[in-house]
Design a protein around this ligand. Structure first.
Ligand code: T6T
Length: 322
């Protein structure tokens, strides 16, 4: 009888240990690039998928400004907890984030880069930045080409245009600039007269675009490559009283830009799929950790282009950042 009770107790012990292991939730961490509607929407998509798959999602404090000096300390504090199973983050520099993310990877935490990548983003070739499991984000070069083509169409294939960018060492916005340059080159009568970098400060973008408008009174189009540069460009054109006269192409479907598009002050908006990006990070992370699945090194969600014609379409509403 005594033997039977001991065996029973042992079985209970083993079962309760096993169930503790089974119940242990995966814990993922998400570190955004900056506090803006693009990353807020990404967080929502990631949270919904995490809830669906039973993953605990920790979100790092949103940096108030763009750059490694803001992002790295928050990132370090987030992983210092020591209980993270996977990290997905948007590196705020192609080079400066390599050492810190490599250190995190070497400490046993797999890393996915989302929205932006390290180096040239080719994680399949030998390099000091090929350690992330994957890059999940928009084909920014293609998007830049599409924007150039649409802007050229709006301008009848001719005219001077200006580009407002943010940071020269960030893969996403540089991809947009390179794609835009390539797209504009196709039209012999179109000229890109200038490019400025606002370092993700809307006021700086507005000042730079105002200066460009004064320098080139015959400027006909402006492309703002992200939330801050686009909203700053819009602000400058409205302040100059040129809304409608200057064609404005923008990137990132914030409610502010969508409202401006509805009023006819903005002409097109390229919307990325931030919620899908966040959800894909969680989904692939779980597959990798629980099934040993090999993640494609590049996962590229699509994009949607809002125009004054389709902005009120019911199916288009899902692409507005929330
Ligand atoms: O455009 C997005 C993001 O894709 C980019 O990397 C940085 O700027 C945004 O967050 C918008 O502000």
């Amino acid at each position: 009888m005594k033997k039977f009770i001991i065996v029973l107790l042992l079985i209970c012990l083993v079962l309760s240990f096993a169930s503790t292991i089974c119940a242990a939730k995966l814990r993922f961490a998400f570190m955004p690039g900056i506090a803006d509607p693009f990353y807020f929407t990404m967080e929502k998509g990631a949270k919904a998928k995490a809830e669906e798959l039973g993953v605990e999602l920790l979100v790092g404090e949103y940096p108030k400004a763009w750059g490694p000096e803001y992002q790295v300390p928050i990132l370090k504090a987030l992983v210092a907890r020591g209980d993270i199973d996977l990290l997905f983050t948007a590196p705020t520099s192609t080079e400066a984030l390599i050492p810190v993310l490599k250190e995190i990877h070497d400490s046993g935490i797999p890393v996915i880069t989302v929205d932006t990548y390290l180096g040239d983003g080719d994680y399949t070739k030998p390099s000091n930045y090929n350690f992330p499991l994957a890059f999940i984000g928009t084909d920014n070069f293609l998007g830049g080409q599409v924007v150039a083509g649409q802007l050229a169409l709006l301008l009848g294939g001719k005219g001077k245009v200006f580009l407002e960018n943010t940071n020269p060492d960030v893969s996403s916005v540089m991809g947009r600039e390179l794609g835009f340059r390539a797209g504009i080159k196709i039209f012999p009568d179109m000229e890109l007269v200038g490019v400025e970098y606002c370092l993700d400060l809307q006021e700086t973008a507005a000042t730079q675009v105002s200066a460009a408008l004064q320098k080139d009174p015959d400027l006909e189009g402006v492309f703002g490559v992200n939330v801050f540069s686009a909203q700053g460009a819009h602000q400058a054109v409205v302040t100059a009283g040129l809304e409608g006269a200057i064609k404005i192409a923008t990137w990132d479907a914030t409610e502010t830009l969508i409202e401006a598009l509805k009023r006819g002050e903005v002409d097109l908006i390229l919307a990325q799929m931030p919620a899908e990006m966040g959800a894909l990070c969680v989904e692939w992370g779980v597959k990798h950790l629980t099934e040993g699945a090999e993640i494609p090194r590049k996962v590229i969600p699509g994009f949607f282009v809002f125009t004054q014609e389709n902005v009120n379409d019911p199916e288009a509403q899902q692409y507005i950042y929330k």
